[in-house]
Structures are given as C-alpha cells and as structure tokens.
Unconditional design. Structure first.
Length: 503
C-alpha cells in the first residue's frame, strides 16, 4: 500500500484515538460528578438538578436550530478554499448567527420562566432560578457554536482539549458550590460550568483567528448567505425532536403494554450502548464529518475513497469491541449497573451485534449530511427512520417481551443496512470497493458467530465459542490495521523517540 493511503488511514485512526480518549475521560468525569452529587444533594437534589438540566437542554436545542452540525460543512468547505477571505467571512457569519441563537435562548428562558416553574414544580417558587438559568443557556449556546467552528476547521486536538478541560474544571468548581449552598447551588453551578466551557473554547479559538480584513455583515447579507445553514439546521432540529418523541412514545408503549421495570431496562441498554460502542461513533464523526464535507463539493472521487477508508477502520474497531461486549455482557452490566439488571444480558448481546451493522452504515450515511440533502434527511432519515424504529421495536416487544427489544434492535439495523445499500448508490453513485466488501463480510460473519454462540445453553460451549471468535477477530483486526497503517513502523518510531529522550 502506498504512503499516501497509509497516511490517510493513520489520520483516521489518530483522530479517533484522540477523540475517543476525550470521550472516555468525559464519561469518567460524569461518573465521578454523579457520585459526588448523589452524596451531597441526595435523591431530592438530583431530581431537581435533572429538571433544570432537562429544561436547559430543551431550550438550547431549539435555540441552536442545529447550528452545531449545519455550520460544520460551511466552515469546512470554506476552509478548503484558497481565498482566506472566504473562510474569515464564513466564520464571522456563523458566529453572528450563533450570537443571535444564544440571545434567543437567553430571552426565551426568561420569558418562559413562570411556565417552566409551574409545570416543573407546580408553583412559582423557582422563577428566580429559571431566570438565572438563562445565563447558563446563553454561555452553552455560544460555546457549542464555537465548537462547531473548530470542528469545521478540523482542529481536532483543540476540540479534544475543549471537550475535556471545561467539564473537569466544572467538576472541580461545581462540587464546592454544591457542598456550600446545597440545592440552591444547582443553577449557579450550571452557570459556572457553562461559562468556563465558553471562555476556554473562545480563548483557544481566538488563538487560531483568521487574519483577513473584516467586512461588515448586514442583516440582509446574514440572511442571504446564512439561509442555507439555518435551513439545514432547522431540518436537523426537527429530526432530533421527532427522534426524541419516538423514544418517548416507545418507552410509553413499553410502560403501558409491559411494565415500568421493562422501560427502565430498555433505558439501561441505551446507557450501556452509549457508554461503550457509542463512544467510537462519536469519536470517529468528529474529524470525519468536516473532512468529508470539504471533499463532496470539490472532489467526489476522493470523498468516496474517504468513505471506504472510514468504513474499513470503523469495522476493524467496532467489531472486536462489540464482540467483547457480547462476551463480557454480565460483567459490563455489573460494573455499569447492578445485578438486578442481569435480565437484560441477552438484550445487550443483540444491541452489541446491532452496533456492528450500524458501523457498516455509519460512513455511508454521512454522505447525506455532507451533501446537505434536506429532502433525504427529512423523509428518509427522520420520518421513515422514526416510523421504522417505533414500528419494529414496539412489535418485537409486544411479541417477545423484554428479549424482543434486542431482536428489534437487530431488525432495525438490518433494515437500515438494506435501505442504505439501495439509497446511497442510487442517489449519489457511491459503492464500496471490493477490498471494503471483503472486510465487511469477514467482520460481520465473526460477529454473527459470536452472537449465535451467546445463545448456546451450555455455559462451557457458549464461552468457548465467544472467546475463540473474539480472539480471532482481535487478531484479524490488528493484522488488517497493520496492513493499512504500518503499526510496526509507528511502534519503532515511538521506541526511537523514547531512546532519544532518555539519552
């Protein structure tokens, strides 16, 4: 494999490792913070904190209008231009729109404070705290918008730093506030945390400020030039809202048809998926999305090559991790939850396998978002996707009970694979290379064998099959990653660097 392709694979793996490490650190910070908050504020304080957090997140979601995603392709494509004035103008345009969005969230929180207090707590006693919450919303929207700018510029080391340092500082400052003020310190702690988040990101962003002459941006210019960003973001926000309603409807269905315990078990499976394989998808999207967005407008051949490379890397990473989850499902449940949740072991195994199928679609699906194809995003990704998920999951639960949630997750993933295999080539002309197809066949076959092994009644045979296939998959993944990135050369380079530092 030539040096150019090796460098491309290394870049993908490098950005994934950086963002993956940041995601893991964030999970650990959230776990520590949750433990400390539970100890200081007890269950009542945690309940109140969840109300304020939920209210803030809802308002922020509507105020941002999806700018945290829709701004990334615009900045990334401008960054690909030879003219620095185009990039400087685009960044200023995005910041101006984000500023308006933050003010919208700020004023909306103030205006809705009586309604939020009465609906959340049944009285008007919490109005002062919701008024203060407007500051937390303001700083969070500003910080999130700046993160989109950095992601569009593909400054992933700064992004990783910004995604870990503010939460860590927030943890160190918020815990003393909780300890001194108790429940009354919940909203001030949110303000402090979001203020630190914005200050850190803004300072680092200004260090990378684009040197180009500033031209005034009128309201007319902002609307005409930023209309595409706002429209794309609005579609994403609507999709996110429909997705949230779909999840709520499914949980309500489980609660009414089955039991509250099953609804809790379903939520627990989602927690495990998000804290395990979900971290990989989040880490890989951070650099991949802006990179793909910068190519789809200029060089589709390179864009399609990137999609194949990204698919290969994610399948080589997500498959062994998913198989390890299937193998160690009881242990993972005990660590992240309690023994009470061991009844979801089979569900976790099927959800783990479904993540492998999601990995197969991951890189291809981002073509839709990089192209800004609003029609496909709305009708296929949002409407069809939500209807498919609710229909299959609810039917599976109705027919098979709790285990049906696992069966349903796999069925949803299979349908998504089929639709993607038909839609993406038809709409955009993209097809996997023979090399990528062969890798997909091998990895999905091993994952399927591991899943089948997890259903064997005999404990000895069950773990023999799972451990054997998982070990083979890890070896295969390492061999294939070495072919693509020359891991031996990387290890030798690190050894030589350590020798030089030691001498």
């Amino acid at each position: 494999m030539n040096e150019k392709k090796v460098s491309a694979y290394r870049r993908i793996a490098s950005s994934t490792a950086i963002f993956g490490s940041a995601q893991v650190l964030n999970v650990l910070i959230n776990i520590i913070r949750g433990k400390l908050v539970a100890y200081i504020l007890h269950s009542t304080g945690m309940g109140i904190a969840s109300v304020f957090t939920s209210a803030a997140n809802t308002i922020q979601q509507f105020a941002l209008l999806g700018l945290n995603i829709s701004a990334i392709p615009a900045v990334s494509q401008a960054n690909n231009e030879a003219d620095p004035k185009v990039l400087a103008f685009t960044i200023r345009l995005v910041r101006r729109i984000v500023m308006l969005a933050s003010l919208l969230g700020f004023l909306a929180t103030i205006a809705l404070s009586p309604v939020l207090s009465s609906t959340s707590f049944g009285n008007q006693s919490q109005i002062p705290y919701f008024l203060l919450l407007s500051l937390a919303v303001l700083f969070n929207v500003l910080g999130t918008g700046e993160m989109a700018v950095l992601q569009g510029l593909r400054r992933y080391k700064l992004l990783a730093f910004c995604s870990t340092v503010p939460p860590l500082c927030g943890l160190l400052l918020s815990v003393p506030i909780y300890y001194v003020w108790g429940i009354e310190g919940i909203v001030p702690a949110m303000i402090v945390g979001n203020l630190i988040y914005f200050i850190v990101i803004r300072l680092l962003s200004f260090r990378n400020k684009q040197k180009a002459p500033k031209e005034p941006i009128s309201w007319k210019t902002m609307w005409t030039q930023g209309r595409g960003i706002i429209k794309f973001g609005s579609i994403l926000t609507l999709g996110s809202l429909i997705g949230t309603l779909t999840t709520f409807a499914l949980i309500a269905f489980i609660n009414n048809i089955g039991s509250t315990e099953d609804a809790g078990f379903y939520q627990a499976c989602n927690v495990i998926a998000s804290q395990y394989t979900g971290l990989v998808f989040t880490a890989m999207a951070a650099d991949y999305f802006p990179h793909l967005s910068s190519l789809v407008k200029t060089n589709m051949q390179q864009a399609f090559q990137l999609v194949n490379q990204q698919t290969e890397i994610i399948m080589l990473i997500i498959t062994p991790l998913a198989m390890l989850l299937i193998l160690t499902a009881p242990l993972v449940i005990r660590i992240l939850l309690t023994e009470e949740f061991l009844v979801i072991e089979r569900v976790v195994c099927f959800v783990g396998f479904a993540s492998v199928l999601r990995g197969l679609c991951f890189a291809r699906d981002y073509i839709i978002y990089a192209k800004g194809d609003n029609a496909i995003i709305f009708w296929v990704e949002t409407i069809w996707g939500s209807a498919k998920t609710f229909g299959i999951m609810s039917l599976s639960y109705y027919l098979f009970g709790l285990d049906g949630l696992g069966y349903g997750a796999v069925c949803v993933a299979v349908v998504e694979v089929v639709v993607t295999l038909i839609l993406i080539p038809w709409r955009y002309g993209f097809r996997f290379t023979r090399r990528t197809i062969n890798l997909i066949i091998v990895t999905t076959t091993m994952a399927t064998i591991c899943l089948i092994g997890s259903q064997i009644p005999s404990t000895v045979e069950k773990y023999a099959v799972m451990s054997t296939t998982t070990t083979i998959c890890f070896i295969y993944s390492l061999v294939q990653l070495n072919k693509r990135m020359n891991l031996r050369a990387i290890v030798n380079r690190l050894k030589n660097r350590q020798k030089k530092e030691a001498s």
